[in-house]
Ligand binder design. Structure first.
Ligand code: NDP
Length: 284
């Protein structure tokens, strides 16, 4: 039976540490603040935004929510970002993705001041991650790195397989693993014989967006399995991209869904917001 890597527990510990850090920052006159922009009424996005606001409250970070209607035009959204870029009380800006059709996501991300880009999606921050000298680490991959550390496995020299190559998860994940000296393979929808590749992995990260996609027979005995997927099923239950039941019999450690990567992502967002508060203060 695999060890369960509980993101819920680890994130609670991290948030406790961040709360103390936030208090210290405030005592020294640095006031962290996060602006969260949500456009439209996607129910999953609404849940994520609520969780982020809740985490800010827990840690003592000032937060502002900007909920815009689905028919908001791009210029209006860009103007809001411009305003928040100049706002001293706001250290981090997050635009909840996906955006409604008709709004150019890339243009929106590019408009956020890289020093306030707590999601680390701006090309400047993406480039810094590539080079290995970065301030902000994208939240989901950063949270996964913490969970892998928790598993006690040293990444150096290990076969790491990432299934999925999105800008949000797969690509930055592969970079972070590479920086820790993993031997990294990135798979995607055109990968031939996926099972042959995933079975080589000592560390397997799955971010595909398909419920129960990776099954136990695709996993090497003793592998660390990180399930990024969040899929809402017809019965409203959340399920991952990994078939937990068969996978946990083979893996040495595995993340559950829910309670695995999800809460870690939010904890890392809080960490980035505190970092942004320090960076922006230094520049003022
Ligand atoms: P995307 O849809 O952007 O990317 C999915 C990736 O999976 C693509 O690279 C795609 O390949 C690949 N893929 C699709 N089908 C296959 C296949 N048959 N074999 C191999 N690869 C395949 O998703 P995201 O990365 O944004 O998200 C992935 C999952 O993670 C989702 O369930 C999402 O909800 C969840 N998520 C969870 C977070 C958390 O905090 N826990 C945060 C972010 C996302 P190709 O590029 O060739 O199309």
């Amino acid at each position: 039976m695999a060890k369960i890597l509980s993101g819920k527990e680890v994130s609670a510990r991290i948030k406790g540490e961040l709360k103390i850090e936030a208090e210290k920052l405030k005592e020294s006159g640095i006031m962290p603040g996060l602006a969260v922009i949500i456009v439209g009424d996607d129910p999953a996005s609404r849940v994520y935004v609520n969780n982020k606001k809740k985490a800010c409250e827990e840690i003592g970070i000032h937060s502002e929510e900007y909920a815009l209607p689905a028919d908001t035009d791009e210029a209006e959204l860009l103007a809001l970002i411009d305003r928040l870029n100049g706002e001293k009380s706001i250290s981090g800006i997050l635009v909840q993705l996906p955006l409604p059709k008709g709004i150019d996501e890339e243009k929106v991300i590019n408009r956020i001041d890289p020093q306030k880009d707590v999601d680390a999606f701006h090309p400047v921050n993406v480039g810094k991650i590539m080079v290995g000298n970065y301030d902000f680490v994208p939240c989901t991959p950063a949270g996964i790195m913490e969970l892998i550390a928790e598993s006690g496995i040293d990444i150096s020299g290990k076969e790491c397989v990432v299934v999925g190559r999105s800008n949000i998860v797969g690509k930055p994940m592969s970079m972070l693993l590479l920086h820790q000296n993993g031997t990294v393979t990135v798979c995607h929808s055109r990968t031939k014989d996926l099972k042959e590749v995933t079975r080589r992995a000592d560390i397997l990260v799955v971010a595909v967006g398909r419920p129960n996609f990776v099954t136990g027979d695709m996993i090497k005995e003793g592998a660390v399995v990180i399930d990024v997927g969040i899929n809402r099923m017809a019965d409203k239950k959340l399920t991952g991209d990994v078939d937990f039941e068969t996978a946990e019999k083979v893996a040495s450690a595995i993340t559950p869904v829910p309670g695995g990567v999800g809460p870690m992502t939010i904890a890392m967002l809080m960490k980035n917001t505190l970092k942004a508060a320090v960076i922006n203060k230094e520049d003022n």
